[in-house]
Ligand binder design. Structure first.
Ligand code: GLU
Length: 473
């Protein structure tokens, strides 16, 4: 069997969105599973809409997701010479022809067809002429492909099975515009051909282009690749997924504290399953994913499922890996993750409770800086009459501990609870608010151990002072 070669061919007109990322993932998994090569091609021929920022967002998004490519990125704007050569071949062999029809004429033909309730299509006036027609001649002729008038094309799709198109329904496609620039269907075919692509995996919004592309392959004397058209992703309202449904940009999920493998896991499951398994790591997916098993109906994007998967991945990942993704979020919050307690230790303590890395970052800031205020609700609930005395007691015990360990700290909390005849929570919670500013943190003994004695004692002392400064009653 020949080596599998797939590609991802985004148009850089915006950020890398969820749908594009899933298409890239399916191609990538298919390639990796079969030991093939994955090519990245930037389809930037639409010069007005393509931007360098969008190219960067695509490259960055793919890098973050870990979708590495073996060749490219190739830019279509650097390949015009190649398109010209193949265009000339089609003209020379009579498989393409110049069409001189003016815009006005085409418009008129179209309106007449519509008035007769016919499907609008090019009427073929220039198809069999040797040169320009006698009237209504455009000075910038386009090049059209000579589509067979009869017969049909079958797209044998890995996901959709066989889809048949009648040639009579296909127009004589424009493959080069009046200014000589090639059009999408033509550049894709030339590129996929020259890049030796064996499997084209793309969104099913391109399914209608495929019969035209198959004709072009044949005209260029080549065997078409295998095709797999991936169904759409819908929002929960059944409409095509868009910004209205929340974040659709891959990098936005990085900002929101998602692990890339959680997003990949979510995306792969939109349209593919393996029994009732929900959580997959990437290596497993490479073993299991089969493009032929992708569901042919559209799937619905469910943000709460994604959030759940993120939590699962945060819980199951190795701490150094989570730490690597957490560090930039801390940096964004003006914290230097290198200047404080060990980040991996923080991750191990927080891993079980965070749904996102943003939540983990926010709940870990207190390890790096003192709370500048106490959360109102937490203070109201936990700073009561008598709390100052309990905290002061703990402050002295903690500063006198012969050894700074979670176990010894735990001993202080138990002892204080006994001394003041209160539950452990009446000791641990005020300490928690004192050191973290809020009412949630990992177990208090571990938290204080990691925070260190000096910081702990200083923060407890500050809380005592704050409590004493509050008006009573
Ligand atoms: N550039 C096209 C797009 O972004 C993809 C073309 C293809 O995969 O054939 O929709």
């Amino acid at each position: 069997m020949t080596m599998i070669r797939t590609r991802f061919a985004p148009s850089p007109t915006g950020y890398l969105h969820i749908g594009g990322a899933r298409t890239a993932l399916y191609s990538w998994l298919h390639t990796r599973r079969h030991g093939g090569r994955f090519v990245l091609r930037i389809e930037d021929t639409d010069r007005e809409r393509s931007t360098p920022e969008a190219v960067n967002a695509i490259l960055e998004g793919m890098a973050w997701l870990g979708l590495d490519y073996d060749e490219g990125p190739f830019y279509q704007t650097e390949r015009f010479e190649r398109y010209r050569t193949h265009l000339q071949t089609l003209l020379d062999t009579g498989q393409a022809y110049y069409c001189y029809c003016t815009r006005e004429r085409l418009e008129r033909v179209r309106n007449e067809q519509l008035a007769r309730k016919e499907k609008p299509r090019y009427d073929g006036r220039c198809r069999d002429l040797d040169g320009p027609p006698s009237d209504e001649v455009s000075s910038e002729p386009v090049v059209r492909f000579r589509t067979p008038l009869e017969g049909h094309v079958v797209v044998d799709d890995a996901i959709r099975s066989k889809v048949q198109f009648l040639n009579a329904e296909l127009d004589d496609l424009i493959i080069a515009r009046g200014d000589g620039s090639p059009t999408y269907n033509f550049t894709v075919v030339v590129d996929d051909l020259e890049m030796g692509i064996t499997d084209v995996i793309r969104g099913d919004d391109h399914l209608n282009n495929t019969p035209r592309q198959i004709h072009l392959y044949e005209a260029l004397g080549a065997q078409p690749p295998r095709f797999a058209h991936v169904p759409m992703i819908l929002g929960e309202d059944g409409k095509r997924l868009s910004k209205r449904h929340g974040s659709v940009s891959v990098l936005q999920y990085r900002e929101e504290g998602y692990l890339p493998e959680a997003l990949l896991n979510y995306l792969v499951r939109l349209g593919w399953s393996h029994g009732d398994q929900e959580v997959f790591d990437v290596e497993e997916l490479i073993q299991l994913f089969d493009i032929n098993e992708v569901n042919h109906s559209a799937s619905t994007f469910n943000p709460s499922k994604l959030l759940w998967l993120n939590q699962q991945h945060i819980m199951r990942s190795e701490a150094p890996h989570v730490a690597r993704h957490l560090a930039p979020l801390l940096a964004e919050r003006d914290v230097d993750p290198g200047a404080g307690p060990n980040l991996e230790t923080i991750v191990r303590m927080q891993q079980e409770r965070a749904k996102t890395l943003v939540e983990m970052a926010d709940n870990s800031l207190f390890f790096y800086r003192r709370p500048h205020a106490y959360e109102e609700k937490a203070a109201r609930k936990n700073f009561k009459e008598g709390t100052a005395e309990i905290l002061e007691h703990c402050q002295h015990r903690l500063s006198g501990l012969p050894e700074w360990s979670a176990e010894a700290i735990h001993g202080v909390v138990t002892e204080a609870a006994e001394t003041f005849e209160v539950g452990m929570g009446k000791v641990a919670q005020p300490i928690r608010v004192a050191v973290s500013g809020g009412a949630v943190s990992p177990p208090i003994d571990q938290t204080l151990e990691l925070l260190g004695r000096d910081e702990t004692v200083a923060r407890v002392e500050a809380a005592v002072e704050w409590l004493r400064s509050q008006p009573t009653g």
